[in-house]
Design a protein around this ligand. Sequence first.
Ligand SMILES: *Cc1c(COP(=O)(O)O)cnc(C)c1O
Length: 367
Amino acid sequence: MKLAQCAPDHIRAIDPYQAGKPIEELARELGIDPKTIIKLASNENPLGMSPRARDALEAAVTSLARYPDSNGFVLKSTIARKFGVGTDQIVLGNGSDDIIELVARTFLHPGASCLHSQYAFAEYALMSRAAGATCIEVPARRYGLDLDAMQAAIRADTRVVFVTNPNNPTGSLLEADALAGFLDAVPDDVLVLLDEAYIDFVDPDARPDSLALLARYPNLLLARTCSKAYGLAGLRVGFGLMHPEVASLLNRVRQPFNVNALALAAAAAALDDDAFLRRTVELTRSERQRLDAALRQMGFDPLPSATNFIAFALPDARGVHRALLEQGVIVRALASYGLDDFLRISVGLPQENDRFLATLERIVAAR
Ligand SMILES: *Cc1c(COP(=O)(O)O)cnc(C)c1O
């Protein structure tokens, strides 16, 4: 088609994002009841959402004929209070994917480059390529980010470096000192996007104090999401914390109503529900440990994870992935991340994890 050929080369070269398979889609394919399917593929919260968020959603339904607050006053006030930042340091996003895209559209362009690690979240390269920039992939070190190599790979035209802590899809965690050393070494005209989508799952003692780093490094941006620990993936809310001048730039590029009214209301309530967050984190930690032990018992060697998922290698990951799907168990194959031999499983409810383990055991035994 002639029109399609008119799209710029950098757009046509993009590999589309491969999302975890939706439950309804697999139910249609297998012709079975969606209720019999379990999904451990997208790192969602198995407890659902906070009851407070649900109440806020119900209350917000009555005013959906109105546009949302384009400045997100209530949600920004909640974030400012919770994280000790100014409201002028906050940019709200339609998921933190939106923050990643805003950064790419604000700072990247043809002739500029960005850096990310091998085995990184696919959206970084996708959004950066859509902005016409060159993406440099830096080899990982033992399935984690190699910050020294990333620092060394920065070029004069590099404008953005994506750092994920802990990392998706490998689950690795950076040490606080290494992160601070890296930020010291990065030139101040390079933005470091520190993606902390899974930071709530990290033991507080092991967590770099990224909010303190934010005060020290004006070129640091923290990306957070309400999709994982806060249980609101379907609503699409995330936010970035950054220097006010960077926020002001992103806000020019941002669609004025990028976060819908339901999302604004639910996110503010969810961020205030410490008890629900605590329950989520406790369940995740204990079940992650149990999954890890069970996989080891089966002879696998899962990557150490500071998150709500576990990645592990196994023979014929593709075939096992397909066999699990046929049994109504959706997990993530990691071939699109360059990890052909790996599966990634999100930590679910105890009964979901049991079903995954039993199904996997049966599939592996039959091979
Ligand atoms: C899930 C995830 C996100 C963002 O998700 P949103 O739903 O768009 O907020 C960002 N970064 C990483 C590494 C993720 O895994």
